[in-house]
Design a protein around this ligand. Sequence first.
Ligand SMILES: [Zn+2]
Length: 273
Amino acid sequence: MLAKGVTWLDDWFALEEVAPGVIAIGEPRYYQINWNYLILGTRRALLFDTGPGVRDIARAVRKLTTLPVTALPSHMHFDHTGGLSGFGDVALPDIPVLRACDQAGWLMPTDDLYVGWWEGMSWTPVKIGHWLAIGSSIDLGGRVLELLHTPGHSPDSISLHDRAGGIFFAADFVYPGKLYAQIRNSDLKSYLETAEAVLPLLDEGTTILSAHGRPDSDRLHRAPRLAPQDVADLGHSLRKLKASGERPESWPVNQRMSLLLSEDAFASWQEGG
Ligand SMILES: [Zn+2]
């Protein structure tokens, strides 16, 4: 089930050290095939996304590092925040849509942001540790991550850029497969703006790591990787879609990705933007 270089931590979590100090933690037995990223510095570690919470990812992380760990969700969707309440230190991007979910220091996302009703999941309140400004740098010691707002898939989506390491942690902005722009709160105007803003930031040779994978032709799993060309292709495809005036339910991007669409996602384009 796992590609070469990927190992099981137990019977649920798969591990791949995708770069020195960057451990991808996959959940290939979960149908959405989530990949979370434990990013290690010399002083502390950051876990980007906590999976759907089918299993205890905090326990898994404790087996992997003794550094203090901050958990940071890429957005509120249930398959990224399921394990969040297991962490003592939770950071959130400081954007209005999430500030509005702060109830006396506890994170309580709206149904539209969490969408847990899809799978009958209910939210476990999470104590908010600290807010991180968009554009700020997260210094883990020997590794600096830039925090970027990358809306489109959802209004609260963020990505992380390890510029020196040549890694872009895209989360659900881009991943191999069908990009979800058909869900509540998805927005194509934002999606295109994000693609156009991110592309110039990426050096050639940057590895883009995504939050959802899919098995290869031998049905083997590894951490999902894309390249700057995929972001360029997404931008190109969205511009073409806009120019076409069509409103299809799906739209091709390239051989690795396509977009799933809904009427809601087109709304901002009709407003003249
Ligand atoms: Zn999502």
